[in-house]
Design a protein around this ligand. Structure first.
Ligand code: CA
Length: 230
């Protein structure tokens, strides 16, 4: 299967050029022209690599890396920035970008960097290094494969249910308001209500066999929100 690259770039002509050339290289290309859309595509599409412009509307490239790295420490991120923005390079790399390239870049060099990052990723996957698995009681989440099991049984979750559950599992012991959960899982631009979160919590409890009256994992903190107890 073709490896999937997400391109987040707000300059339409650069974006078109990248889509064309990456497509010709045999990659499956997804694209977004602002940071927020890019972040939600990164969550839903699970690309093999992200090519990320730093100067983006709605959510900067650096904020994008910060948000995504909290959830996915693995996916290679290659940062693209305008010439002379050396500070971006340092910030980008320290936030967890894998590589950095300055505009205007030579297409050949960009393609070589992409191929190298994908090779490193495959090598990691083959050795099973840094597999991102979280355990909480009888609940096990494989954050890379996006699979959840409880007492060894596979739990069938939708993508959003998995996102919410993995947020809880990776942020245990703290109370989160419905607004905070909405922002973390659905993104800042989402206009739903706290009731959406309530509905998802009800469903998650059903999926993991948590008793709503005496929950073992997903506790309702009255007047505040929810807390996950591992
Ligand atoms: Ca830009």
């Amino acid at each position: 299967m073709a490896e999937k690259i997400l391109v987040v770039e707000d300059d339409p002509s650069i974006l078109r050029g990248l889509q064309l050339n990456l497509g010709m290289e045999g990659y499956a290309v997804r694209s977004a022209m602002d940071g927020e859309t890019g972040l939600s595509l990164a969550r839903t599409e699970k690309p093999d690599l992200i090519l990320l412009d730093v100067g983006l509307p709605r959510l900067s490239g650096l904020d994008f890396i910060r948000a995504l790295r909290a959830e996915d420490p693995e996916v290679p991120i290659l940062v693209v920035s305008a010439k002379g923005q050396e500070a971006d390079k340092v910030s980008g790399l320290s936030l967890g970008a894998d590589d950095y390239i300055v505009k205007p870049f030579a297409l050949k060099e960009l393609l070589a960097r992409i191929a190298a990052a994908l090779r490193r990723r495959r090598a990691r996957g083959e050795t099973g290094e840094q597999r991102n698995v979280k355990k909480a009681g009888n609940l096990v989440l494989d954050l890379d494969a996006r699979r959840a099991t409880i007492e060894g049984r596979e739990v069938e979750l939708t993508s959003r249910e998995f996102d919410l559950l993995s947020f809880f599992v990776t942020h245990p012991g703290r109370v989160y308001t419905r607004e905070q959960l909405t922002a973390a899982v659905w993104g800042q631009g989402y206009s739903g209500t706290g009731r959406t979160v309530d509905n998802f919590v009800v469903r998650l409890r059903q999926h993991i066999g948590d008793d709503a009256d005496r929950p073992r994992y997903l506790e309702t903190v009255r007047g505040l929100g929810y807390r996950f107890t591992p």
